[in-house]
Design a protein around this ligand. Structure first.
Ligand code: NAD
Ligand code: MG
Length: 394
């Protein structure tokens, strides 16, 4: 077993901290080369003191200056700032494994840098793949990067497939993927009641503790929409072969159906340290600090179909994937803008899908022929989404 040298993009977030918790348990297996964060320098400084990376990167030079001051007594840690520095540590020769855990489109460039450098890339940042789809997967194939899914559902699917057939489900005799969803905190809310829900209610997920943006995405079911697209790209399949099953207990993390009628499932406590440890140590299994599953105390599992009337985001995502080209990038950008407006108290919850649908209808779809096209569409869609938000803002 050779030691893995890690770059953790988004180290101060929910996934970043869970990753470091697994790393902390296995000093013989992992060392930290670089840690990065967006704006909270004091949080990254505390992590630097514990994990002693060679490099620490903040998303802006102002935040990097703050971190430099906080780490003045630790000259061994090189502090950098800005988007190029994020790409630099993601592709540095000193690291072989990159946890891609920045939230949203901001993660695309550094994740891509890691892919192009042929790293083992642990993909939590689903937005990067949703935005750039085929271009991203082509970059993986060209560089020989080892892409391992960290999203719990996709990690579950990965675990239920033969390792050499992840990109060839037909060849493996796979007939369907059953993608599970918790249904979020508003699963039983009426359409009326959904209008008045607050950011605090949306961020209080019944089963998972996560960052704010993905918590809101879980509440609108956009998270499942993004995951549907993510599954199609990762496992080389189409939306008709992926069926969303609402499973409120969040114990089965997804399932794979085979031609002979077998359905393989991966189960576990809803704790992201399990898929993170799976990716970090793959193909080995290591202690993730996760409590053993007690099925007696859970008792029963339930399943229901998603309600696309109350939760149109899942439908919008499936349609954007079918449309193809830059449509998924527009969907993602409009969603990020709408969620930010909702969290800021400027948009009501049930207007999130309205903004996304309008933005999609006023933004022309073009072929996704380059990453430059993707970034341009992302920027254009954000402008349009903000215009739409200003028209309905509360
Ligand atoms: P989070 O908000 O808790 O953390 C995000 C991290 O990204 C932080 O370290 C933040 O400093 C950094 N960041 C934010 N904006 C940045 C920018 N512009 N430039 C550089 N860094 C920036 O988010 P999270 O819940 O940890 O989610 C991270 C990613 O993982 C998301 O794509 C999410 O969809 C995915 N994911 C999360 C979970 C979960 O349980 N939290 C599960 C599955 C997938
Ligand atoms: Mg998930």
């Amino acid at each position: 077993m050779s030691k893995r040298h890690l770059t953790i993009l988004g180290a101060t977030g929910s996934i970043g901290l869970s990753t470091l918790d697994v790393v902390r348990r296995h000093p013989d297996r992992f060392s930290v080369y670089a840690l990065t964060a967006g704006s909270r320098a004091s949080e990254l400084a505390a992590l630097c003191r514990e994990f002693q990376p060679q490099v620490a990167v903040m998303a802006s030079s102002a935040a990097a200056a703050e971190l430099t001051d906080l780490l003045a007594d630790m000259p061994g840690i090189r502090v950098l700032g800005g988007p190029e520095a994020l790409c630099e540590v993601a592709s540095a020769a000193e690291s072989d494994t990159v946890m891609a855990a920045i939230v949203g489109a901001a993660g695309l460039s550094p994740t891509l840098a890691a892919v192009r450098a042929g790293k083992r890339v642990l993909l939590a940042n689903k937005e990067a793949l949703v935005m750039s789809g085929k271009l991203f997967m082509d970059a993986v194939a060209d560089s020989g990067a080892e892409l391992l899914p960290i999203d719990s559902e996709h990690n579950a699917i990965f675990q239920c497939m033969p390792a050499d057939k992840v990109r060839d489900p037909l060849g493996a005799g796979i007939t369907r993927i059953l993608l599970t969803a918790s249904g979020g905190p508003f699963r039983q809310h009426s359409a009326e009641a959904l209008r008045d829900v607050t950011p605090a209610q949306a961020c209080a997920h019944p089963n998972w503790s996560m960052g704010q943006k993905i918590s809101v995405d879980s509440a609108t079911l956009m998270n499942k929409g993004l995951e549907l697209i993510e599954a199609c790209w990762l496992f080389n399949t189409t939306p008709e072969k992926v069926e969303v099953h609402v499973h409120p207990e969040s114990i089965i993390h997804s399932m794979v159906e085979y031609a002979d009628g077998s359905v393989l499932a991966q189960l576990g406590s809803p704790d992201m340290r399990t898929p993170i440890a799976n990716g970090l140590a793959w193909p080995d299994r290591i202690d993730a600090g996760v409590a053993p599953l007690d099925l007696f105390s859970i008792g029963r599992f339930h399943f229901e179909r998603p309600d696309l009337e109350r939760f149109p985001c899942l439908r919008l995502a499936a349609e954007a994937f079918e449309t193809g080209g830059t449509a998924p990038a527009v969907l993602n950008a409009a969603n990020e803008e709408a969620v930010a407006a909702f969290l800021a108290g400027n948009l009501c919850f049930s207007d999130i899908p309205v903004i996304i649908e309008r933005t999609l209808s006023v933004t022309a779809v073009v072929p996704a022929d380059s990453f430059a096209t993707i970034f341009a569409k992302d920027a254009e869609a954000r402008v349009r989404a903000r215009e739409e938000i200003s028209l309905v803002a509360v």
